[in-house]
Design a protein around this ligand. Structure first.
Ligand code: HEM
Length: 145
C-alpha cells in the first residue's frame, strides 16, 4: 500500500511540533547522534565546540534535515517516490556517509520527534517518519552514484 493521506498528516503535524522549539529539539537530535556515534563530532563542522543550541549552523542543519524528511512524505504521497537533488547526494558522497550512519541519524530523528509530540506519539506516527526517512536516504544514496 502506498503512503497514505493520514501518514502525511501525521508527519506534517509532528513537524509543526518540532518547529515550536528548534534549539531544544536540535540539542536532543545531535546529543542522540553523538551518544551512538561519537566520531560524528568530527564529521559535522558545527559540532566542533559541542552541541551548542546557540550555534545557528547547528539549528539550521537540523531544521533542513527534518524539513527534507517532511517534504519526502509529501513526495511519497503525491508521486510514490522521493527524489533528492544531486547537490545533496554530493555533500554526503564527499563526507563518505555510510549505511550505519544513516541508521544512527534515523534513530535520533525518531527520538526527537517522540519528544516533540509528547503524548501524541504512536507506532503509526513513528512508521510514517521512518518510511519518509528511508525513502529519502535511498534517494540521497542514489544521487551519490
Ligand atoms: C535523510 C537523511 C539526511 C538528510 C535529509 C541530510 C541533509 C543534509 C543537508 C541538507 C546538508 C547540507 C547542509 C547545508 O547545505 O547547510 C547536509 C550536510 C551534511 N550531512 Fe546530511 N543529511 C542526512 C543524513 C546524513 C547522515 C546519515 C550523515 C552522517 C552521519 C550526514 C552527514 C552530513 C555532513 C557531515 C554534512 C556537512 C555538514 C557540515 O559540516 O556543514 N548526513 N545533510
Amino acid at each position: 500500500m502506498g503512503f497514505t493521506e493520514k501518514q502525511e498528516a501525521l508527519v506534517n503535524s509532528s513537524w509543526e511540533a518540532f518547529k515550536t522549539n528548534i534549539p531544544k529539539h536540535s540539542v536532543l537530535f545531535y546529543t542522540s547522534i553523538l551518544e551512538k556515534a561519537p566520531a560524528a563530532q568530527n564529521l559535522f563542522s558545527f559540532l566542533a565546540n559541542g552541541v551548542d543550541p546557540n550555534n545557528p549552523n547547528l539549528t539550521a542543519h537540523a531544521e533542513k534535515l527534518f524539513a527534507l524528511t517532511r517534504d519526502s512524505a509529501g513526495q511519497l504521497r503525491a508521486k510514490g517516490v522521493v527524489v533528492a537533488d544531486a547537490a545533496l547526494g554530493a555533500v554526503h558522497a564527499q563526507k563518505g556517509v555510510t549505511d550505519p550512519q544513516f541508521a544512527v541519524v534515523k534513530e535520533a530523528l525518531l527520538k526527537t520527534i517522540k519528544e516533540a509530540v509528547g503524548d501524541k506519539w504512536s507506532d503509526e506516527l513513528s512508521n510514517a517518519w521512518e518510511t519518509a526517512y528511508d525513502a529519502l536516504a535511498i534517494a540521497i544514496k542514489k544521487a551519490f552514484a
